[in-house]
Design a protein around this ligand. Structure first.
Ligand code: SER
Ligand code: ZN
Length: 512
């Protein structure tokens, strides 16, 4: 690593009276103040050239990775202020960096352009990156943006490695192949029979009584066969997630492009809104440009997954030993994801219904809990819904949701040898998509243990020892899709176990 800085320390008065001493002082500091923290035998920063120009000390500094040039500049300001203050009543007011060139190594030669904010130049020669910053403020330095910028370049170069690669996937378990007599797309069939209606708006569905009954039966099965027997307690969260929460979970850097943002009115004053009301009365349309002027820029969005707010609710708490593991679920809040091109049927939508269990405890407690969850889920999918399905280790969902590179090695690492952490996906065969060997199966559920990433982000502590956490996504539309795609829409063909949860369908409506 090499840091080359051109900048200045701006003093409170003309430096002319102190000019004669400066050379000596700077030389001395190179051997003392600037060497603090540099390991034995390693290079410290050097002042290359300097010039007193009125109240400005213009200088260049070159350094390696120990006491980087910008840190050296700040140290010089402090030290020179002390010395010149005593002798000449001159104090250092500010620092300025006109040009900062940073050279560092990246893991591979980039195959495509790498763009980062703040940089006025970024070039690569083989695996050497050369980053140029101009007009760097003191604020920028003290907030540690330099290090984060270097980390971002490295991360983006690493991410190129995974682009276009298959996601990590490793089979765990597979149910026997079943014979399927139904091969239609259940969404299309439900729409045809009037069980569902697309909308309002894109990527969402209105569930009429028949479909609502199936979805609620799925919910009762999840609660009564999985969550309540394992001791989960219900919580009710808000649909709104403030940016502070997503800054901690990583969603604001990972999936900002998929969030439904929420704007508050800039004011509640009826007077301010009067013109908009009047325009609506006359035009019978919403004047959206005018509306935009009356809204705040968002500070929050609609729930993307339920776990972030659940972690927030435990933030900065110390959990009682006897409460561990904490087992809770939310089933009230809908999840919103801006899917754009990816929408399909009821299984890939912009708004969906999910029960999300979240668990916080010691790693041993959670590994044991996971065994229990796996057994219970297996019972539901085999004995109640009688599905053809499988389980596989996949890249942990947070890699994507937190904008981290995902791929073969990440997945394998995160699932370490004895698989104490990681994400398991549950996938169901959808006969309407084609053969079981070649078609894409539907991910209808997941189950994760995610280490201490969220407990540490939200400072959730135990009386003693380390806490880890995890969550599982029970997507009710996904369960419904998997079930109906395999069993069809005729209740007389549904398995006995499911009929016990839904003995008959409501009759719904006929439209003329
Ligand atoms: N939070 C997890 C996910 O988003 C489980 O729902 O997949
Ligand atoms: Zn979650």
């Amino acid at each position: 690593m090499r840091f080359e800085l051109e900048g200045a320390i701006i003093f409170s008065a003309d430096l002319a009276p102190a000019a004669a001493e400066l050379d000596g002082i700077l030389k001395e500091m190179e051997g003392t103040v600037l060497m603090k923290g540099v390991p034995e035998g390693e290079e410290g920063p050097h002042v290359g050239s300097w010039k007193a120009d009125g109240p400005e000390l213009k200088l260049t500094i070159v350094s390696g990775r120990h006491v980087r040039a910008h840190e050296a500049l700040l140290r010089l300001r402090k030290e020179l202020s002390g010395r010149l203050g005593k002798a000449h009543r001159i104090g250092g007011r500010a620092v300025r960096i006109d040009r900062y060139t940073i050279e560092f190594q990246v893991s591979r030669e980039p195959v495509a352009e790498v763009r980062v904010p703040f940089a006025s130049g970024l070039e690569f020669q083989g695996t050497t990156a050369r980053l140029v910053l101009t007009d760097v403020t003191e604020d920028f330095l003290s907030r540690n943006y330099v290090d984060r910028l270097i980390a971002l370049v490295k991360e983006k170069v690493d991410a190129q490695r995974y682009e276009g690669k298959e996601e990590f996937w490793e089979a765990i378990w597979e149910s026997p192949a079943l014979e399927h007599t139904y091969d239609m797309d259940p969404t299309e069939e439900m729409a045809r029979l009037g069980w569902i209606q697309q909308g309002p708006g894109k990527g969402r569905w209105f569930f009429r009584p028949q479909a609502a009954a199936v979805i609620r039966a799925m919910e009762r099965i999840a609660l009564e066969e999985v969550l309540h027997p394992l001791g989960f307690q219900e919580v009710i969260s808000s649909s709104l997630v403030p940016f502070e929460v997503w800054l901690k979970t990583g969603h604001m850097k990972g999936v900002a492009n998929e969030i439904y943002y929420l704007s508050e009115p800039a004011t509640r004053s009826a007077e301010a809104w009067e013109e908009l009301s009047d325009l609506v009365k006359i035009t019978r349309e919403v004047p959206r440009e005018k509306l935009a002027d009356l809204l705040e820029v968002p500070r929050a969005g609609m729930t993307y997954a339920q776990c972030p707010n659940i972690y927030w609710s435990f933030q900065k708490r110390t959990l009682a030993d006897e409460d561990l593991p904490i087992l809770v679920y939310d089933r009230t809040v809908n999840s919103f994801r801006y899917e754009s091109g990816g929408r399909h049927g009821i299984e890939r939508v912009d708004e969906f219904h999910r029960i999300e269990p979240v668990y916080i405890g010691t790693i041993d407690q959670l590994v044991e809990l996971r065994e229990g969850l796996i057994e219970r889920y297996k019972h539901v999918f085999n004995d109640i819904l009688e599905l053809e399905w499988r389980m596989a280790w996949v890249s942990p969902f947070y890699l994507q949701q937190a904008g981290l590179a995902g791929g073969e090695t990440e997945g394998a690492d995160a699932g370490d040898d004895d698989r104490r952490e990681g994400t398991i996906d549950y996938e169901a065969y959808l006969p309407y998509r084609g053969s079981r060997e070649e078609s894409e199966w539907l991910e209808f559920q997941n189950l994760s243990i995610l280490g201490d990433r969220y407990t540490s982000a939200f400072t959730i502590k135990a009386q003693r020892g380390e806490l880890v956490s995890g969550c599982s996504g029970i997507g009710l539309e996904r369960w419904t899709s998997a079930f109906l795609a395999q069993k069809g829409l005729d209740p007389s063909n549904w398995p006995q176990g499911f009929k016990e949860y839904l003995p008959s369908l409501p009759k719904g409506f006929t439209f003329h």
